[in-house]
Design a protein around this ligand. Structure first.
Ligand code: SIN
Ligand code: MN
Length: 265
C-alpha cells in the first residue's frame, strides 16, 4: 500500500496522517480473538496499571501469531518504508489497552525523545504506525496530537517515573500550552481497522479512560535499518536489538490464518 502525494504532503506539514478503514472487521476479529489469552499472561512483557488492568503488552509479535502478522503486514509496513526511504525493523511493538474505567494517562511526550535518550537512536528516522483494534471515540481516551509539533525537534523533557507504571520522558506544561495555543490539538478517532501514522517527534498524549468502553491500539514503532539503536539500557522486549529488516507478509495473511483455524476445528 502506497501513500498518495496528498497524504505525503499532509504528513510533512502536520506530522501525521489518518487512514480510515484499512482493515476489515473480519480481519480485526482475528487479531482481537487473541487478546484475552495475551491479557491473562503473567509475563514481564505484559505491563499492568496500578489497578491491575493491562496497560501495555510489549513484543506481542514474539508470542502471538496474529500479532506477528500485524507486525509484518504490508498495509502497515509499506507506507512506513515509503516515508523513511528504505527497509525498516521493529524497534518497539506495543498493544496499548486503555481499559474501560481503569486505563491510565499517557503524559505529553515525543517518542523520539525517549528512543534517543534511552536507546541511543541516532536520528528521527523511525516512526509509529498505529492500528485501532476497537472504535476509538471521544469516550475512550483517543490519542491527542499537536499538529506540526514534529518540526520543533527534540524538546526538553523530564524523566517521569511516578505518574504511571511506565517511565516516560515528558514535556513541560508551559511548552504544551504554547504549542497547543498555536497549532490546536487533533484527537485521533476512527473505526476499528483504521490506521494512524505519526512522526517520531510529534507531541502526543492521551487522557485516562473514565468511560465504560476500552480501546486497544497496536503501535508499531519502526526504524530505518541504518538508524538502529546503539544503547541497550532498556529490556530487549521494550527496545528490540534485532535489526533484521521486516519480512513482509501477504496482504491476505489474516484471512488465511482464520481459514486455517476453521479447517483445524
Ligand atoms: C504512546 O504514546 O506510546 C501511547 C499512547 C496511547 O496509547 O494512548
Ligand atoms: Mn508515544
Amino acid at each position: 500500500m502506497k501513500l498518495s502525494d496528498e497524504q505525503l504532503q499532509q504528513f510533512d506539514e502536520l506530522g501525521y496522517v489518518m487512514l480510515p478503514d484499512i482493515f476489515s472487521l473480519d480481519e480485526m476479529a482475528v487479531v482481537n480473538g487473541d487478546l484475552p489469552r495475551i491479557y491473562d499472561m503473567q509475563r514481564d512483557e505484559v505491563w499492568r496499571e496500578s489497578s491491575g488492568a493491562v496497560r501495555t503488552a510489549f513484543a506481542a509479535h514474539t508470542y502471538s501469531e496474529p500479532f506477528d502478522l500485524i507486525g509484518r503486514h504490508p498495509r502497515l509496513v509499506e507506507p512506513v518504508q515509503q516515508l523513511l526511504g528504505g527497509k525498516v525493523y521493529i524497534h518497539q511493538y506495543k498493544i496499548n489497552a486503555k481499559a474501560a474505567f481503569d486505563g491510565d494517562v499517557w503524559q505529553w511526550h515525543q517518542d523520539f525523545g525517549t528512543w534517543h535518550r534511552d536507546d541511543g537512536m541516532p536520528e528521527p528516522r523511525a516512526m509509529n504506525i498505529a492500528l485501532f483494534l476497537d472504535d476509538v471515540t471521544e469516550f475512550n481516551g483517543p490519542l491527542w496530537i499537536i499538529p506540526g509539533s514534529h518540526k520543533e525537534g527534540v524538546l526538553e523533557a523530564g524523566h517521569d517515573l511516578k505518574t504511571t507504571s511506565y517511565p516516560l520522558w515528558t514535556l513541560d506544561n508551559g511548552k504544551i500550552a504554547e504549542l497547543a495555543n498555536e497549532h490546536g490539538i487533533f484527537s485521533a478517532k476512527g473505526r476499528a481497522g483504521s490506521v494512524l501514522m505519526f512522526h517520531s517527534n510529534i507531541v502526543h498524549a492521551s487522557s485516562p479512560n473514565i468511560g465504560p468502553w476500552g480501546r486497544t491500539i497496536v503501535y508499531l514503532s519502526l526504524c530505518h535499518v541504518d538508524n538502529h539503536i546503539t544503547r541497550h539500557k532498556r529490556a530487549e522486549w521494550i527496545a528490540h536489538r534485532d535489526f533484521t529488516p521486516i519480512d513482509i507478509a501477504n496482504d491476505d495473511c489474516l484471512k488465511e490464518l482464520a481459514r486455517k483455524a476453521v479447517a483445524a476445528e
